[in-house]
Design a protein around this ligand. Structure first.
Ligand SMILES: [Ca+2]
Length: 84
């Protein structure tokens, strides 16, 4: 059995705010043990979409654009890093 036999396999990452507010994200990185970003260009959703600030902008590799929700209670982003 090698050292990596017990490594975790991540399927989804959820980021949620606990109070009413606006969530905005430029980029999310989920790194594997080699440092590769598992979130890059993967499926992304968010609790609401303000204008054209859709969730895919958090995983497109571009720090100059961003996501944004409306102001709401418990706003969140969800990233499925298991789908290639
Ligand atoms: Ca971005």
């Amino acid at each position: 059995m090698n050292d990596f036999a017990h490594q975790m396999q991540v399927q989804k990452v959820r980021i949620q705010y606990g109070e009413q507010g606006i969530m905005s994200i430029a980029e999310v990185s989920v790194l594997d043990w080699k440092g590769s970003n598992l979130a890059l260009n993967k499926l992304a959703t968010q609790s609401s979409v303000d204008s054209d600030f859709e969730a895919l902008k958090a995983v497109n590799g571009d720090f100059d654009d961003k996501t944004q929700t409306y102001e709401e209670e418990g706003e969140y982003h969800l990233f499925d890093v298991s789908v290639s």
